[in-house]
Design a protein around this ligand. Structure first.
Ligand code: C2E
Ligand code: CA
Ligand code: CA
Ligand code: CA
Length: 277
C-alpha cells in the first residue's frame, strides 16, 4: 500500500510538472508569436433574423502556429489575461480588424459595423483612448462603426470603475455591448446607469429555446428589459431555425450564430458581405 501511495504522489507531481511545463511552453511561444505575426482575425457575421441582411460582424482572434497549427482563443486568452499579454494582443486584433474593415469600405462594400472583444484592464491603460482615437483617424473609420464587447462578469466586477471607463468610450462615440449577458449577475440599478448600448444574450440561454420553458422566459425577459431600457439586443450562438424563429417572434432581430455562419476568414467574409447587403 505504501508503494501505491508513493506512486500516486509521484504521478501527481509528474502531472503538475507537465501542466506547468505546458504553460511555460505556451507562454514562450506566445511571446514569439507577436514578433512572428501569427495572430489572425476571423469574422463572424451578425444578421437580421428574417431578411438575413448583414448588420455587423464580430472579430475573433485565432493563433496560426507553425507546428501546432490553428489554435482557438479558449486555449490562449486565459494565459494572455494572466500574463498581461492581453493588452498587446487585443490592440493587434483592433488594428487588424479595423484596418480590414477600412479596406472593405474603400473597395465599395458595406461591412456595416465591427465588434471587438475587450477586457476591462485595457480601459485602465492610460493611453488606450489615444490609441483607439488615432487608429480610427488613421484608418478613416468612424467611431460609430465600431463596437466593443465586454463581458457582464467583468463589468459587474467593479461597476463604479466600469461606469467611468465606459463614459470615456461614450465620449469618443464608440458603443459598447455587454457580452455573455445573463451569466454575470447584473444589478438592475447599475444596468440603468451604465453607458452601454446593447445586450448580447449568452449562448447558454439560446441553446434550449423554445423547448425549455424557463430559458424561453429568461430570453423574453432580457428582450423586454432591453425594450424598457432602450437598449439594442442581439442573440449569440443561434444554431437552429426554431431558435431564430422564437427570437424573431419575440422582437430580437439581430442574430449571430452557426445557423448563418461560423467565424470565417477575410476572403469568405468578403463573399458574405457581397451576398448579404
Ligand atoms: P465570445 O466573445 O462569447 O465569442 C463567441 C464564441 O462563440 C466564439 O468562439 C464563436 O466562434 C462561438 N460561436 C459563435 N456562434 C456559435 C454557435 O452558433 N454555436 C457555437 N457552439 N459556438 C458559436 P471563439 O472564437 O472560439 O472565441 C471564444 C472566446 O474567446 C470568445 O467568446 C471571447 O471571449 C474570446 N475571444 C475571442 N477573440 C478574442 C479577442 O480578440 N480578444 C479577447 N479579449 N477575447 C477574445
Ligand atoms: Ca464576444
Ligand atoms: Ca459571448
Ligand atoms: Ca463567451
Amino acid at each position: 500500500a505504501k508503494q501505491n501511495t508513493r506512486d500516486r504522489y509521484s504521478f501527481y507531481d509528474e502531472e503538475m510538472t507537465k501542466k506547468a511545463y505546458e504553460r511555460i511552453f505556451l507562454e514562450t511561444e506566445m511571446r514569439k508569436a507577436f514578433e512572428k505575426d501569427e495572430f489572425v482575425v476571423y469574422f463572424q457575421p451578425q444578421v437580421h433574423a428574417k431578411t438575413k441582411i448583414l448588420t455587423g460582424m464580430e472579430a475573433l482572434v485565432r493563433w496560426q502556429h507553425p507546428d501546432m497549427g490553428f489554435i482557438y482563443p479558449d486555449r490562449f486568452i486565459p494565459l494572455a489575461e494572466s500574463t498581461g499579454m492581453i493588452i498587446k494582443l487585443d490592440r493587434i486584433v483592433m488594428k487588424k480588424a479595423i484596418s480590414q474593415f477600412s479596406r472593405w469600405k474603400k473597395s465599395g462594400l458595406e461591412p456595416k459595423k465591427v465588434s471587438i472583444n475587450l477586457t476591462m484592464t485595457q480601459l485602465a491603460e492610460g493611453d488606450f483612448y489615444k490609441f483607439i482615437k488615432e487608429l480610427l483617424e488613421y484608418e478613416n473609420v468612424s467611431a460609430s462603426e465600431v463596437e466593443f464587447e465586454i463581458t457582464e462578469r467583468e463589468i459587474m466586477g467593479n461597476p463604479d470603475a466600469s461606469i467611468k471607463a465606459l463614459e470615456k468610450l461614450n465620449e469618443l462615440g464608440i458603443s459598447v455591448a455587454i457580452d455573455d449577458f445573463g451569466t454575470g449577475y447584473s444589478s438592475l440599478t447599475y444596468l440603468k446607469r451604465l453607458p452601454i448600448n446593447k445586450l448580447k444574450i449568452d449562448k447558454s440561454f439560446i441553446d434550449n429555446i423554445p423547448k425549455d420553458l424557463s430559458d424561453s422566459a429568461i430570453v423574453k425577459t432580457i428582450i423586454n428589459l432591453c425594450e424598457n431600457l432602450e437598449l439594442q439586443v442581439i442573440a449569440e450562438g443561434v444554431e437552429e431555425e426554431n431558435q431564430n424563429d422564437f427570437l424573431f417572434e419575440n422582437n430580437c432581430e439581430d442574430i449571430q450564430g452557426f445557423l448563418f455562419s461560423h467565424p470565417i476568414n477575410v476572403k469568405d467574409m468578403e463573399e458574405f458581405i457581397k451576398k448579404h447587403t
